[in-house]
Ligand binder design. Structure first.
Ligand code: F6P
Length: 322
């Protein structure tokens, strides 16, 4: 193998640059040239490629976002779009591609693999919804951002005797909300997987008030069956809670920032593993953290379902909030 490409697609997440760096420097170790594809599948279709030398990936390990930029592309979902991308890769004499991203990016990667092109994927998404890997790149950093926000909000909440409704990202997966609630000491959490009713949220906040707490926190995942704004409206209409209600939607703050040590290590290990897997002739596979081991699993398995959250965490969230 003489030339490969690397690209990032879908939502960015902290640690992606560390993975790009690891891919480039591992490939250089094997005297393989690496081209970066700009703006995900959009750049693939348009042939927006640039040579990445060791210098181009220097000083990026600690940077959030992606130096290659990213996009959500509709055209690549069609067979015509996929063939355009394949043509561009062939025009540039690229023999394999490493694709870093979430579920949508993995579907694109699988399509390329099915067209006979060599592809290895790396899971990057703050949502931790990618099946088959214990963690995706960026989850730990996003969680730390959430905890930081929760800690800040608790300070002001207890000064004012208020209850905060805090919305986290995660698309259809409640992982960030649940972990944020356990590690940030919330009274209750609303996830798409196990949503309490608004009456139950009200009861949990009321209970915290009656027990004499100076503040209360309810974390709600963006994919919950009712919106954070609806919950805040509902609670405002039920003054039995005792606390004044405030709402904070954390939003895209969760996607940025410098990656944690965990994410830098995960991204680095995955980048190295991805290139070695290509060298071993693998294709259609994704790097996956399995306990302490780094495995390769079929992309088809990774996109077959949303990563389930262990029951034990829901249980913990319940009794630790008492
Ligand atoms: O998948 C990552 C994610 O941040 C989700 O948590 C969120 O639902 C979505 O992307 C937001 O997408 P966008 O940045 O396109 O608004």
């Amino acid at each position: 193998m003489k030339r490969i490409a690397v690209m990032t697609s879908g939502g960015d997440s902290p640690g992606i640059n560390a993975a790009i760096r690891a891919v480039v420097r591992t490939a250089l170790e094997y005297e393989i040239e690496v081209y970066g594809v700009r703006q995900g599948y959009t750049g693939l279709i348009n042939g927006d490629f640039e040579l990445l030398t060791s210098v181009e990936v220097s000083g990026i390990l600690q940077r959030g976002g992606t130096i290659l930029q990213t996009a959500r592309n509709e055209e690549f979902k069609s067979p015509a779009g996929q063939k355009k991308g394949l043509r561009r890769l062939n025009e540039h004499h690229i023999e394999a591609v490493v694709i870093i991203g979430g579920n949508g990016s993995l579907s694109g990667a699988l399509a390329l693999h099915k067209l006979g092109f060599k592809v290895v994927a790396i899971p990057g998404s703050i949502d931790n919804d990618i099946y088959g890997t214990d963690m995706a790149i960026g989850v730990d950093s996003a969680l730390n951002t959430i905890l930081d926000a929760l800690d800040h909000l608790r300070d002001t909440a207890s000064s004012h005797q208020r209850a905060f409704i805090i919305e986290t990202m995660g698309r259809n997966c409640g992982y960030l909300a649940l972990m944020g609630s356990i590690l940030g000491g919330a009274e209750i959490v609303v996830t798409p997987e196990r949503p309490p009713t608004m009456e139950e949220v009200e009861a949990a906040l009321e209970d915290a008030y009656v027990r004499g707490k100076s503040h209360a926190i309810a974390v709600i995942a963006e994919g919950a069956p009712y919106k954070a704004t609806e919950l805040a409206d509902y609670l405002n209409k039920h003054p039995t809670v005792g606390f004044e209600i405030r709402l904070t939607i954390l939003g895209h703050i969760q996607r940025g920032g410098s990656p944690t040590a965990f994410d830098r290590l995960l991204a680095t290990r995955m980048g190295v593993k991805a290139v070695r897997a290509l060298m071993d002739g693998e294709s259609g596979k994704m790097t996956a953290l399995n306990g302490r081991k780094m495995d390769m699993i079929p992309i088809e398995d990774a996109i077959s379902q949303i990563r389930p959250i262990s029951d034990s965490y829901f249980e913990m969230a319940r009794f630790l909030a008492r």
